[in-house]
Design a protein around this ligand. Structure first.
Ligand code: 5GP
Length: 108
């Protein structure tokens, strides 16, 4: 599904990208809810956690390795951070492209 995140991946709209590899992209949330608030997404346009297939599980594991890299890079690895994945309407998911919120830099 085409979303604002597809456009960020293709550099059609600007974002502050903090990490990128072949499979994933991490960028600052435009409306940060913590001093550190990074969105980590697969480049593959998976709509939500509910749309993850068995074949995607290595990709999901990869996203968690990216979490650790971004946590170290943004200085929250030791102080601690929260990972949130909103799923579906009542889960508060606004953008239908799977994403992990990495938040930290204050007591949550
Ligand atoms: P959700 O509510 O779907 O879990 O989270 C979507 C997140 O994407 C929100 O925290 C929102 O601030 C962020 N967001 C929405 N549009 C953009 C955008 O164009 N650029 C960036 N960097 N973040 C966005």
């Amino acid at each position: 599904m085409e979303t604002v995140f597809s456009k960020i991946i293709r550099r059609e709209i600007p974002a502050t990208i903090v990490y990128e590899d072949d499979l994933s992209l991490a960028f600052l949330d435009i409306f940060p809810k913590a001093p550190v608030h990074v969105l980590i997404i697969p480049k593959k346009p998976i709509e939500s956690l509910e749309h993850v297939q068995e074949e995607d599980l290595p990709l999901i594991a990869h996203l968690f390795s990216v979490v650790k890299k971004v946590a170290a890079q943004t200085g929250v690895a030791e102080s601690g951070y929260r990972i949130a994945i909103n799923c579906g309407k009542e889960g508060g998911q606004e953008v239908p492209h799977l994403h992990l919120h990495l938040m930290g830099g204050k007591q949550l």
